[in-house]
Design a protein. Structure first.
Length: 645
């Protein structure tokens, strides 16, 4: 039986017939017709057009277009609510007609078709287990059973699991539901460290010197000493700081302490954090555990060589954080190369004594440095056994790496992202395409963030040609894509164990790579650039899913290697990765390494090659993954005897 194609004009005609038969109030019909026509105008649809996805899976997004348009017109909240309410009967009528037409044509309902498309080849039991939907209920939906209104929470679990827009499946099922709350697959496990860190960042105590402060000049002199290939003062062989070979952070008044002559010095970040933290603690009032020294007196590095404050500082650190972490040992490490007799930086700067208050001027500078240095050694030795982990880097993804194959969860994430492809905006689609490629690349080539952010691409990088001095995506003569990162740009570049990174991109990522580079990347281009991963900015209005702000380093016309890619990955994993509160780019190195080591043929050497790291480093960080292998193997060998016990 053939059924005529449904148009919006047919829906309006049917409503007019209901009014003529006395089945509907004329004013109600007029209000609904007005709301529908406004909906069509906002979505650029004519009354003669066939009813499409905007009244089915894309209904929530289409309604949002109408709401945004009417908000711009200054409509009140009550007016918007009335418009939404007037549209609901139209949507319900379309769903009801879809079901009638499906029965008439002996075809599956739109809801049934969508669920089948979502699940695809995934085992029903696995989807049911991970979403919390009863397997029999899910099988019933696949066979054409219509969800009941009491099962709306289960439909929403499917929406969230596959990364669909809220209410898209609920609308397709024709379920009338008044709840507006979010129903996730399962709540993401709380991350204690993140909660604690959020509380601590509210308590700001760093010393922030003014532009005219002598402390800023002294810090610049220290950076010159640490970066100079042959400084005038003595320096240990391993004590040199390096300049960032490719800049990924732009200078600003807030981060002056990590730039020397406009060039980034990455190691200065952790160094200044410890110095500014210690000097800031000295300025805190006694009731907050500080030394109550006036800020005006603290504008000098010489306070690091002043004895008598280390023990109360350690006690304050313990009280503030609840435990000693490796940060306290790193602080004493910095104090060590600052104060060490002979080649210590401060030890060689006796002229700094006069920058302290006059009460210290009668002291001997080198004696002060030696006394403080010995105190640092004493405290470092005493605290080493008390140090505990500040955070567990595996905690945010523990539920993923505990799976038999952690990459299955990432594969599910990619499928959810693929089904959430935007179609209305070229910029939104370009962002989606970039994100698809980014997640694929982090999985197949788990490089560090700086190497990903600085990847360049140019049509000239083909037939095996690649630049010598920067990371690049290039294509070989056989059509395969490769990533090249020269050794001097790798974090662990020192030593013979690490070589240039030159590795293929897995074939599973080729389609996403070429779609982004050849079809969508130009949409994000503002100025000529070879950077592969670009951030969207159209006319000053940031459209990259609000993951950038006007204060971001990228907030100008030019492109810049973006460390904010990790924030973007955090947002994507929070939305699409199962039970995840969000993880950054580096977490994918952990997931990939774990998946390799858990596989039947996986070994430390393979994981080290994939991560482009030393085997000793991989063994140190991932030894716990295989700690139970002996017990498992024993169970296999002695299973018969053990089963009798």
């Amino acid at each position: 039986m053939q059924v005529e194609t449904l148009t919006y004009a047919m829906l309006l005609d049917e409503q007019n017939r209901q009014v003529a038969r006395g089945e509907m109030n004329p004013q109600t019909a007029a209000n609904r017709a007005t709301a529908l026509r406004a909906f069509l105008r906002a979505n650029h649809i004519a009354e003669a057009d066939v009813v499409g996805s905007e009244m089915r899976t894309q209904y929530p997004r289409a309604v949002e277009c109408l709401v945004l348009e009417q908000q711009a017109q200054g409509r009140s909240g009550r007016s918007l609510s009335n418009t939404r309410a007037a549209l609901t009967p139209w949507k319900n009528a379309v769903i009801a007609l879809d079901e009638i037409r499906a029965i008439a044509n002996d075809a599956p309902t739109p809801f049934q078709v969508e669920v089948k498309n979502l699940i695809g080849n995934c085992p029903v039991k696995r989807v049911a287990r991970q979403t919390g939907v009863p397997p029999d209920m899910l099988r019933g939906w696949l066979k054409g059973r219509k969800p009941q209104s009491v099962n709306v929470a289960h439909v929403r679990r499917i929406e969230h699991f596959f990364g669909l827009q809220r209410d898209s499946l609920v609308s397709l099922a024709g379920i009338l539901n008044k709840s507006r709350g979010r129903t996730p697959i399962e709540d993401a496990a709380p991350i204690e460290y993140r909660s604690t860190l959020g509380e601590r960042t509210q308590d700001q105590f760093w010393l922030r010197p003014s532009e005219a402060s002598p402390l800023r000049r002294q810090w610049t002199e220290l950076m010159s000493y640490k970066t100079d290939f042959a400084p005038d003062l003595e320096r240990s062989e391993a004590g040199r700081w390096s300049f960032a070979p490719i800049p990924v952070v732009k200078p600003s008044p807030a981060n002056w302490w990590m730039f020397l002559d406009g060039v980034e010095v990455p190691s200065a970040k952790s160094g200044w954090a410890k110095v500014a933290g210690y000097l800031g603690w000295l300025s805190l009032p006694q009731e907050r555990g500080g030394a109550a020294i006036p800020v005006a007196e603290l504008q000098t590095l010489a306070w690091l060589a002043t004895p008598g404050y280390l023990k109360p500082f350690c006690e304050w650190v313990k009280k503030r954080g609840g435990k000693y972490t490796h940060g306290i040992l790193e602080f004493f490490g910095l104090m060590g190369w600052m104060l060490r007799p002979g080649d210590g930086y401060l030890f060689q700067r006796p002229e700094l004594l006069v920058t302290l208050p006059t009460r210290f001027h009668t002291k001997n500078w080198k004696d002060m440095c030696i006394e403080q240095y010995q105190a640092c050694l004493k405290f470092k030795k005493s605290l080493r056994s008390l140090v505990r982990k500040g955070r567990n880097p595996f905690e945010p993804m523990s539920h993923i790496i505990e799976l038999p194959d952690p990459l299955e969860a990432v594969a599910d994430m990619v499928q959810r992202m693929r089904r959430d492809r935007p179609i209305a905006s070229p910029t939104a689609e370009a962002i989606w395409s970039r994100d698809m490629f980014l997640i694929k690349l982090l999985t197949t080539n788990p490089l560090r963030l700086r190497n990903i952010a600085t990847l360049c691409y140019s049509p000239k990088y083909k037939d095996g040609r690649k630049p010598d001095d920067r990371p690049a995506l290039y294509q070989r003569t056989d059509g395969s894509w490769w990533i090249f990162v020269p050794k001097h740009l790798l974090k662990n570049r020192r030593g013979p164990a690490v070589h240039d990174y030159d590795a293929p991109v897995h074939a599973s990522a080729t389609l996403d790579l070429e779609r982004y580079l050849f079809r969508h990347r130009n949409t994000l281009v503002r100025t000529p650039t070879e950077l592969a991963f670009l951030v969207a900015d159209k006319g000053g209005n940031f459209s990259d899913d609000h993951w950038m702000t006007r204060d971001s380093p990228e907030a100008d016309a030019s492109h810049f290697p973006s460390l904010y890619l990790s924030r973007r990955v955090m947002a994507l994993t929070r939305k699409y990765l199962w039970r995840c509160d969000g993880i950054g780019t580096h977490a994918f190195r952990h997931i990939v390494a774990t998946a390799i080591l858990k596989s039947e043929d996986g070994d430390i050497k393979t994981a080290a090659l994939v991560l482009n790291d030393r085997e000793s480093t991989v063994e140190k960080h991932y030894a716990g993954i295989r700690s139970g292998d002996g017990a498992k193997r024993m169970g296999e060998i002695l299973g018969a005897a053990l089963s009798r016990m």
